[in-house]
Design a protein around this ligand. Structure first.
Ligand SMILES: Nc1ncnc2c1ncn2[C@@H]1O[C@H](COP(=O)(O)OP(=O)(O)O)[C@@H](O)[C@H]1O
Ligand SMILES: [Mg+2]
Length: 242
């Protein structure tokens, strides 16, 4: 399929979107003129609705892997498919649309707009979607337990609350796939546990696939299914310590 069209959007409620990756590679040049292989994934699959936590050390390509899936980073080669949509083969515009419609992203550093309230941060990410409504954003804010603080700015929220806004925002467009990159990296252990359980249960109730990467074993252990990144990634990078 060459483009993410309006038709696909209309049908998207009924379609299954397993994530399938084949022979995906990404390298970066390093100072000496050599290249550093960062990601080399021969095959990787995730069924629609499943949840997987991937554990790996820092600097070994986990964020790059998620950014490749999200279309933020372009692969050297490889295929990334969600259902029948080949994300790796879309034009930039179609890829941006597909990403907005299909993929949610929770970041370690939240990436909230500091001048916008909690509610507005969720609404902004719905702007690309025709059915964007304040009501939906309020429902999402309520789902993460922040109704009373919906008009607060990020700077008026605790770190844990900011991450909950990040989770609500990532769910705004009812994604089929949620990517979470060290989502609890900036939280204390109690907030980390709460955030990860909230993310997991909201993904379940939204029939959304969840892929979490973390270096933190305590987070990984909260998931039924987990894998080691070095069993997925064959790249032996410059400074990897496998
Ligand atoms: N845009 C980039 N340009 C050059 N090197 C990069 C870039 N992004 C990541 N890298 C390198 O790729 C490696 C893996 O980084 P990253 O994916 O962030 O690892 P992790 O998320 O596992 O900590 C690191 O050595 C990093 O320096
Ligand atoms: Mg990272």
């Amino acid at each position: 399929m060459s483009a993410f069209s309006q038709n696909e959007e209309d049908r998207s409620e009924n379609i299954k979107y397993p994530l399938v990756i084949e022979d995906l590679r990404k390298s970066y040049p390093i100072e000496s003129g050599e290249v550093q292989n960062v990601v080399e994934v021969e095959s990787f699959e995730l069924n629609q609705g499943s949840q997987l936590a991937i554990q790996g050390a820092s600097g070994t390509g986990k964020s790059t892997f998620l950014n490749l899936i999200a279309g933020i980073v372009k692969p050297d080669i490889g295929v990334i498919r969600m259902g029948e949509i080949e994300l790796s083969n879309l034009s930039e515009h179609a890829r941006d649309r597909a990403r907005a419609q299909l993929i949610g992203y929770v970041f370690q550093n939240f990436h909230l707009l500091q001048g916008c309230t909690a509610l507005e941060n969720v609404m902004v990410s719905m702007a690309i979607n025709q059915n964007a409504t304040r009501d939906r954003a309020r429902e999402l804010i309520s789902n993460v337990g922040l109704s009373k603080k919906e008009n607060f700015l990020p700077s008026q929220l605790s770190i844990g609350q900011q991450q909950r806004v990040g989770i609500a925002r990532a769910l705004a467009n009812t994604p089929k796939l949620m990517l979470a990159d060290e989502p609890t990296g900036n939280l204390d252990s109690e907030n980390a546990k709460r955030s990860i359980d909230l993310l997991s249960s909201l993904c379940s109730s939204n029939h959304c696939t969840l892929l979490v990467v973390s270096h933190d074993e305590k987070i990984i252990n909260r998931f039924e299914k987990s894998m080691h990144w070095q069993d997925i990634n064959r790249a032996k990078g410059f400074d990897f310590e496998y």
